[in-house]
Design a protein around this ligand. Structure first.
Ligand SMILES: NC(=O)c1ccc[n+]([C@@H]2O[C@H](COP(=O)([O-])OP(=O)(O)OC[C@H]3O[C@@H](n4cnc5c(N)ncnc54)[C@H](OP(=O)(O)O)[C@@H]3O)[C@@H](O)[C@H]2O)c1
Length: 246
């Protein structure tokens, strides 16, 4: 039966690939991102709306609009997120730190708290969180991004405990390197620097991660995949990346 799947940050990369994958299964979609113009045409009959997860009003309007259009939410994919810069802590700026924490942690919480009560009430629903290898292993220049992704682990653990007995599922899908606009955003539009990240190695593509999300959401109701850590074969940790010639 068709599910109502809500995806944040569907204008690019992993979010967009998730939208395409769920659309291919005939699910009803609600898609949000700040660049709303990019959402049109991803899937026919999708509810597409401007969404800034860092703005509570925007989140409320998005979730209300989604429910009005497609009814109760079956799957929430908390994907919107970003890394900004590679400055070490001693060189960092509060602006970039705030942007990452407000988007990756507080934004995710704001969306989730708007959706979760409906799921608990219906005794049905699945919250998927896009975490990262960065939440498992820190690296220099990534302290705050890694911290923002690490924070999702206790948030997911607590949600599983808090929803125990309600049938609600919580899954974290944690990828290694995925070639999307992620590095372009991180390096503030510097394309050559972004390209260098994937130089000589084969990263994941967004569709690889979307497959994991769709798989988790497609398990029978009694099966919860807590965490999926999905890495490129060429990457064993943030510090171990095989590159041609290395
Ligand atoms: N690429 C990787 O190597 C990698 C690895 C592990 C985890 N991840 C995680 O995967 C998720 C998706 O990233 P991606 O790789 O697909 O990068 P991406 O291509 O840059 O996509 C990021 C998405 O997040 C949205 N977004 C950012 N800030 C937002 C906000 N305030 N409100 C609403 N939407 C917002 C962007 O849309 P707008 O700009 O249009 O708002 C965009 O659609 C992120 O959580 C990221 O941390 C990525």
């Amino acid at each position: 039966m068709s599910r109502h799947v809500v995806i944040t940050g569907a204008s690019s990369g992993i979010g967009r690939a998730c939208a395409e994958a769920f659309a291919g299964l005939g699910d009803r979609l609600s898609l949000g991102a700040r660049r709303a113009d990019r959402l049109a045409g991803i899937a026919s009959d999708a509810f597409c709306s401007q969404l800034d997860v860092t703005a509570a009003d925007s989140v409320a309007a998005f979730v209300d609009g989604a429910v009005e259009r497609h009814g109760p939410i079956d799957v929430l994919v908390n994907n919107a997120g970003l890394a900004r810069g590679v400055e070490k802590i001693a060189e960092g700026t509060g602006e970039a730190w705030r942007e990452m924490i407000e988007t990756n942690v507080l934004g995710l919480l704001e969306v989730t708290r708007r959706v979760l009560p409906q799921m608990i009430e219906r005794k049905h629903g699945h919250v998927v969180v896009i975490g990262s290898i960065a939440g498992h292993k820190a690296y220099p220049g990534g302290g705050v991004y890694c911290g923002s992704k690490r924070a999702l682990q206790p948030i997911c653990e607590a949600m599983r405990m808090e929803t125990l007995g309600t049938g609600v599922r919580v899954t974290s899908v944690d990828p290694g390197m995925v070639e999307t606009e992620f590095s372009l955003v991180r390096f503030r539009g510097d394309q050559p620097k972004a390209d260098q990240v994937y130089d000589g190695m084969r990263p994941l593509v967004a569709a690889d991660v979307a497959e994991c999300v769709v798989f988790a959401a497609g398990r029978p109701a009694h099966v919860n995949l807590d965490t999926i850590l999905v890495m490129p074969t060429d990457q064993a940790s943030p510090f171990h990346v095989h590159r041609d010639g290395s």
